[in-house]
Design a protein around this ligand. Structure first.
Ligand code: 8YV
Length: 333
């Protein structure tokens, strides 16, 4: 009998969704969340036809070297800096991601962090619980306004645009953005955003949100020099990838009054958060939960399952995964 394709699911996701793979494949599931090292990944991928992975799984040439049958890696997540795409392409392995389904949820989290940081919500909560609320005072926990202030967005993809809409339509904020390329005029108008240079964005933003993909070029693009160009009254929010910000420089700016507040959902070496940041009161820290609503996380797994099956030439979209990253493999194959 012909052997069914074998797929590896790298950590528990949603059983009912993952079970759909069972109609076409033999599923090898990892029973708990583990931080996979290179050797463990290589061992898991050997003998597999496909894999459903998350940002915990860093996969490149070394990890797929012994995986002769591997055809598709379906990443559950829109960011795919955990995958070495050129290496996977060279090995003939298709990679897919999960855009669109998480756009609005992630924009919500970005705005939540902004509001929490600018209005000192978490700091207020901690202070109250500590019993420090002696009597009501006019000058307790003074923060910065969102409404009417200038919203800056670095990276104007789907999530950046969803954040711009929230700021423009909901909070009456002038929105400035910087991006690799300027959006077409009608798209700028739809989200109420104006293109400016990087330095102008830093200088003019009252609140700056980072929503750009992590690449070698934008490693530590927010460093001490960039922070020095920002207003000391500004808020910085990072919902992209930790490596975009120099965490030491950020902690230094927050500690020394050169930046008012920050909100971070991502860190350079997750799950490690530098003690310099943990010790600050003017920063809100969340554990990479940008897309973490139940509905959206379910939609992400469903999309990844669909992509995986389609990439393997199985199921209703056989051969046509909706979200191929190295799509050239599909046409040249
Ligand atoms: C995911 C994310 O939870 O989509 C992304 O880029 O960072 C998160 O939405 C993560 O990628 C899971 O693999």
């Amino acid at each position: 009998a012909e052997q069914r394709p074998r797929v590896w699911v790298s950590q528990p996701l949603f059983d009912d969704t993952v079970a759909q793979l069972g109609a076409y494949c033999d599923v090898v599931a990892t029973p708990e969340v583990t931080a996979h090292d290179s050797a463990a990944l290589a061992a898991q991928l050997a003998g597999m036809d496909g894999a459903l992975v998350t940002l915990n799984d860093r996969i490149g040439a070394a990890e797929v070297a012994g995986a002769a049958r591997l055809k598709v890696i379906a990443n559950v997540g829109v960011g795919y800096n955990n995958l070495d795409i050129p290496a996977l392409s060279a090995a003939g392995i298709l990679a897919t991601n999960t855009p669109d389904v998480l756009t609005e949820t992630t924009a919500d989290l970005g705005f939540s962090l902004l509001m929490a940081a600018a209005r000192r919500i978490v700091e207020s909560d901690r202070w109250l619980r500590e019993g420090q609320w002696g009597q009501w005072s006019f000058t307790t926990m003074l923060g910065a306004d969102l409404h009417g202030s200038t919203l800056g967005i670095l990276g104007m993809g789907r999530i950046g645009q969803a954040i711009a809409r929230r700021g423009h339509q909901g909070f009456g904020m002038p929105v400035l953005y910087h991006n690799r390329s300027q959006l077409p005029a009608e798209q700028e108008q739809a989200v109420g955003a104006r293109y400016v240079g990087f330095d102008e964005l830093l200088a003019r933003a009252d609140h700056l949100l980072l929503v750009l993909p992590y690449t070698a070029q934008n490693h530590h693009i927010i460093d001490a020099a960039a922070l020095a160009k920002m207003k000391p009254t500004a808020t910085l929010v990072n919902i992209a990838r930790g490596g975009i910000v120099d965490e030491r420089a950020l902690a230094d700016a927050l500690a020394n009054g050169r930046l008012a507040a920050a909100g971070l959902d991502v860190y350079e070496n997750e799950p490690q958060v530098p003690p310099e940041l943990l010790g600050l009161r003017n920063i809100v820290l969340t554990p990479h939960i940008g897309s973490a609503s139940l509905a959206t996380r379910r939609a992400m797994v469903q999309l990844a399952v669909d992509n995986l099956l389609a990439g393997l030439g199985l199921g209703p979209d056989a051969g046509h995964p909706a979200n191929a990253i190295n799509a050239d493999l599909l046409t040249s194959g």
